[in-house]
Design a protein around this ligand. Structure first.
Ligand code: PMP
Length: 393
């Protein structure tokens, strides 16, 4: 049965993980995978999560199967976190629990494939490495629009609209809501409005990927673009992840939300989403959703810890900026200061990223992405010096 199979190439991110693990140099620095680390390089469980877990252990709720759509307290609270307290929008939303943000993307891809199998999904280039594979796995076609700095720290909208000029009505615009992976550059408020109008005019349906809400400017601020889309458009799809902003990575906790033009259409969409869950994994895992529901129900302690994570990322960006200037860095390297969220895309070639790894034991992706949120305090200066040594002044 398996004789014709050929092994797939190792995912580049896991290849970086393995190479870093096997590197004997004590000062090695792993900036490959997107994980938040504190000043000492650790990723502790949030105190709010520990508190919720203790409470859950004491309450020992039964482990009977949950509904196909998941934990209702969790999905209701996530819908409000994403859409804000705006009853007319909330009334049009259907949300199901998913296996992380990845599961949300795949669930929505399957929904698109059921409703409109000929749709092309437009994703950014550069963009999240798994967007194409996830959409194609559902049988959908994919195409790309460019995502580049306009010189002010925002994304240049003009080439995006130019590329989307080739999209057909009913095509899907897959766009990251905030803290763009891998570039760290986001759309301005003005551009979000223009993009929403473009979608409305051309009949495109946005699929907003919210994997980092709260790690850019704040929970509400990071949802601004999404909320502009939901106020302008009848149909919006949203994939959300609790992996980063709650530190629930391995609990695989997320949601898929579908905004329909009329509340009367919710029942059919929910039944199709439940059907997708049923034929994929049946009922979603409860633990992460129960924790997230507790955090969202009593949000203050979680907000404090999220503020700390966001402030640390901002502080690291500033410190890296200072260290780069001290090392005589050229302007091109200093853009990391203005980026949002966990990642920045450096202007280094794959060959220069190899040199960074071979000569300085610093691991990023070959495309130049580094995880700013993974830089321990004492690594800032050596990193800046290594970047200048490899890139040049
Ligand atoms: N979308 C984007 C843009 C991501 O960077 C990621 C990875 N963090 C995901 C979705 C998937 O999130 P999760 O780890 O919750 O599956």
């Amino acid at each position: 049965m398996f004789s014709d199979l050929r092994p797939l190439p190792l995912d580049p991110l896991w290849a970086i993980q393995n190479a870093h693990r096997d590197d004997p140099r004590p000062h090695k620095l792993n900036l490959g995978i997107g994980i938040y680390r504190d000043a000492h390089g650790h990723t502790p469980v949030l105190s709010a999560v520990q508190h919720a877990e203790r409470h859950l252990a004491d309450a020992a709720p039964s482990k009977v199967y949950r509904p196909l759509s998941g934990n209702a307290d969790f999905t209701a609270a996530m819908t409000r976190l994403l859409l804000g307290d705006h009853p007319p929008t909330l009334d049009r939303a259907v949300t199901v629990q998913t296996v992380g943000g990845t599961g949300a993307l795949r669930t929505l891809a399957d929904l698109i494939a059921s409703a409109h199998p000929d749709a092309t999904v437009w994703t950014s280039n550069p963009g999240y490495a798994n967007h194409h594979p996830l959409m194609r796995a559902a049988g959908l076609l994919t195409a790309e629009y460019p995502w580049q700095d306009d010189g002010t720290g925002h994304t240049d909208l003009r080439p995006i609209l130019e590329a989307l000029g080739h999209a057909q009505p009913g095509d899907i615009l897959l766009v990251q809501g905030c803290c763009h992976n891998p570039t760290g550059i986001d759309l301005s408020e003005e551009s979000w409005h223009a993009l929403a109008q473009h979608c409305q005019g051309r009949g495109l349906i946005p699929l907003v990927d919210m994997a980092y809400q709260g790690l850019g400017q704040g929970l509400a601020e990071d949802a601004q673009g999404l909320r502009i889309m939901t106020r302008h458009l009848g149909t919006v799809l949203i994939a959300a992840s609790c992996s980063k902003n709650m530190g629930l990575y391995c609990e695989r906790t997320g949601t898929a939300t579908v905004l329909v033009p009329q509340p009367s259409e919710k029942a059919v969409v929910l039944s199709v989403l439940e059907g997708i869950a049923r034929r994929t994994y049946s009922m979603p895992p409860e633990h992460g959703a129960a924790i997230a529901a507790a955090l969202l129900h009593d949000p203050e302690p979680w907000h404090q810890e999220l503020d700390t994570m966001r402030d640390r990322i901002r502080t690291i960006r500033e410190a890296l900026g200072h260290a780069l200037r001290d090392a005589g860095a050229p302007h091109a390297l200093l853009s990391t200061e203005h980026h949002q969220g966990m990642f920045s895309l450096l202007p280094l070639t794959p060959h220069q990223m190899d040199t960074l790894r071979e000569q300085h034991a610093i691991y990023g992706t070959r495309e130049g992405r580094i995880n700013i949120a993974g830089i321990p305090d004492d690594a800032v200066t050596p990193l800046a010096q290594a970047l200048v040594a490899v890139y040049g002044r």
